[in-house]
Ligand binder design. Structure first.
Ligand SMILES: [Zn+2]
Ligand SMILES: [Zn+2]
Length: 251
């Protein structure tokens, strides 16, 4: 019963964040047509994505609740005390770990055996703010089981864990928004940061840019979009949509 209440509260917070961030971004995007990443219109049905997201947020909230509830009950490894150094350290450690979890899980979801679970998320080639959580339950579990398990092996303070999840949810909504505001020197070579174009290219060309927060796994395994760095430089130079060649285009 206690756990169910925990889960419901986390679900309601997650759903509220989705609506607030998505509606806010829609307002901003309407004022910046020059920042739209793809030339084609965002045709995917928002209502369908919202209904799917409201289901999948129950799954993400469940994973998050398992982790937090277990730590609260003392069933996990004991967390270190929250301090000026432990918060940023564990926040970054968690980002790095989850990025690896996401990358390898995402590569698995693109194999023949598992793609059917990931296909619903890929039904949109021009993602919108509402596309982030939309997908199948197995797909969601691949990315979010991390939150159920990590506190059993990493002594992370709860606040760093929650901050990571907040960053994850908001950055992933932005990553699906279809509009680029974050292209800059730190989102391209030699830095490991990424921006919205990164995951947008994953939706439009399927077999590139699998990672979530950093580009290093894609660079190591040769799955980064071949023109990604050049395109980001183009965004920086013009402040508007640059020429965006497809991976196979010779330039
Ligand atoms: Zn994918
Ligand atoms: Zn996506």
């Amino acid at each position: 019963m206690e756990f169910a209440a925990f889960w419901v509260v986390i679900y309601l917070i997650g759903a509220t964040i989705m609506f607030v961030v998505c509606l806010g971004l829609i307002q901003i995007n309407q004022r910046h047509p020059e920042r739209k990443i793809q030339k084609r219109p965002q045709t995917h049905d928002a209502k369908e994505d919202i209904l799917s997201s409201l289901k999948q947020i129950a799954v993400t909230a469940f994973c998050l609740s398992v982790g937090l509830f277990s730590q609260w009950k003392g069933w996990t490894i004991a967390p270190v005390d929250l301090s000026w150094w432990s918060f940023p350290l564990f926040f970054i450690v968690s980002l790095v770990l989850h990025d690896a979890w996401f990358y390898f899980g995402h590569r698995l979801l693109h194999t023949k055996a598992l793609y059917r679970f990931h296909k619903p998320h890929h039904m949109t080639v021009t993602p919108s703010v509402w596309s982030n959580d939309a997908g199948s339950t197995v797909d969601t579990l691949f990315a979010h089981s991390y939150y159920a398990l990590v506190l059993f092996v990493i002594p992370m303070p709860a606040l760093a864990f929650i901050a990571h999840r907040l960053f994850d949810q908001i950055s992933a909504i932005i990553g699906h928004s279809g509009y680029e505001y974050f292209a800059g020197p730190t989102s391209r070579k030699p830095f490991p940061g990424i921006c919205t174009t990164y995951h947008d290219q994953h939706h439009s060309e399927f077999v590139y840019n699998y990672a979530n927060y950093f580009s290093w796994w894609d660079r190591i395994f040769g799955t980064i979009h071949p023109h990604y760095d050049r395109i980001i430089k183009g965004w920086e130079d013009t402040g508007a949509r640059p020429h965006m060649p497809k991976a196979k285009e010779q330039i």
